[in-house]
Write a protein that binds this ligand. Sequence first.
Ligand SMILES: [Zn+2]
Length: 289
Amino acid sequence: MPEMPEVQAHAERLTKQFSGRVLDRFTPFNFTALKTAVPPPDEAYDCPLIQVGRRGKYLLVEFEPVTFVVHLMQGGRLVPDAKLSAKPRGGQARFLFTPGDATGDAADDVSALLLTEQGKERRAGVWCLPTEEVLTSPPLDRLGPEATGVTADELAALFAQKSVRIHGFLRDQRMIAGIGRRLANEVCHRAEISPFATTKKLAESGAVLVADAIQSCIEDGLDYGRSRPDMTSSRDRLSAVHRRTGEPCPVCDDSIRAVEYSGYTVNYCPTCQTSGKILADNTTSKFLK
Ligand SMILES: [Zn+2]
């Protein structure tokens, strides 16, 4: 799933291409794509796109009266659409702009943004909300503070709320917004802490390490995302340990290890992160939570 750096770089790219374009029509291609009934999308018709913003891992297609909140989930993409085919492959919804009124960079013949999602899961979606209420309404109202800019003091306070493993904490959007599986692995590695370290223990002295690691991993991701012409796929993102089971650690040359879960893999370097200790594989140990 795209995380904060990919989504942010993509939002900036789309703003550059489409800001100022006037919305002609919003078309969902199936009944699950639009998650809200009120206000209707046509409240944004004939309005110029202010910008494509971001909150957590969500894109915000912002018009003055209403904002469309777009969640890409695993395989969703919001892409410039020149073809305008009646039934685009994987198409979930389309923002069609009035042609010929570009103030952004999009060529005049690219007059639409298409939300696509490959596969059958159909989990990507769009919420249409009054712009002044967008941050305080579902789905954004439950998000924790943005990962970027979070301070060590804020983190320490969050760590003290509940004792959970740091890897799970980092992925919990209600705790801190924008980090997913890749960044959780990378942040723990860069902070040189075990992914299984508890937040209670880290609250005493680890918040500075984690806050610094979050900022530097995000900065690297942003630099990389902004250098790309389009949103990167998960195989094409920076990583020191994520998806690198068995490969040498770029810091110490130890072999990257994995703990497998049903939905994701925790990757870590024993030498850098656990004083050489091998963490129990979840599939073989039922006793570790
Ligand atoms: Zn290492």
